[in-house]
Design a protein. Sequence first.
Length: 379
Amino acid sequence: MSRPISIPDHMLPADGRFGSGPSKVREEQVGALARAGRSLLGTSHRQAPVKDMVGRIREGLGDFLELPDGYEILLGLGGASTFWDSAAFSLVREKAQHAAFGEFGAKFAAVTDNAPFLQPSSIRTSEPGTRTEVVEEEGVDVYAWPQNETSTGVMAPVRRPDGVERATPGSDGALVVVDATSAAGGTAVDLQQTDVYYFSPQKNFASDGGLWFGAFSPAAIERIEAIAASGRWVPDVLSLNTALENSRKNQTYNTPGLAGLVMLDDQVRWLNEQGGMAWAAARTKDSSDRVYAWAEASEFARPFVTAAGDRSTVVTTVDFDDAVDATAISKTLRAHGVVDVEPYRKLGRNQLRIATFTAVDPEDVSALLSCIDLIVDQL
Ligand SMILES: *Cc1c(COP(=O)(O)O)cnc(C)c1O
């Protein structure tokens, strides 16, 4: 056994949480939780105090996302993974097409592909670390892809595919459904380019998992209502029509975890006070630029995503030379309280994955990179 590597305290990041979800929760959010612990926690989600908070979150998310006229913020239980089943039941009329360039995109594609009441999906894949796009296709009524593929650190533009006309109520057009789970709250988006922009709150929104939120266009809302009226069997807990009716009343169909809502409420307020979407996008770009510039200059590391334009600003991935054991780096960091920089487990690469979500201080990213240099020096 070699001597354990020691990192001097003054070099360590002030906060050592760099996970891609769950992710760093700010101290102020925990303060909000403590205050709510004397009043809101443990009270009915059908009464004004909790409903007002849900309303504030919906409004705050609308402000942050610069919600276009007619779009609505809906929420439900179960997170993005549950939302995939909801989307298969309540958004896809007959056939979906997916751009699946990583684990999360592939999982949603498998959900619609396996749904017995839908046609097999069109699934466009690409090698990990690269991306692919959806393309116009006859008979497709939902086009779907992740804005940020959290398993690989690849980011994709959010824009309607060429040749696909924007759906409007009554038009029967195809919907664009974007998984923004790890993107929303830390990147810019023009919601006019999407019909559904959905996410879980445990990434850039620094809260707990277990809920999903989404911005829905008028065409998406019409689709939900049309499928609900069509006679298709939809389980109540997955029904987006049920979520729509409840969300409009600032409620959920079944009981939500209140603590996560309190932390989300605080984070949304913080994001808007700091300067909203543009501010958040600039901050994550600053943090991620530090990682990529360091990796490009490094003698033993390089960005995993070779196309610079596809590199994520919120989840960075760095490959290491064979001579440098990334697992030894992450273990040493973990022993010093710097955690969750392990790569996505199924990717199986000699890699570190560093989330540069909005809550993460860019100076902490720089400190982390210095610690990695120090560790590699001593390995
Ligand atoms: C984390 C993540 C999910 C899964 O979210 P859950 O809340 O765990 O269901 C889905 N898509 C993307 C892009 C993610 O990053």
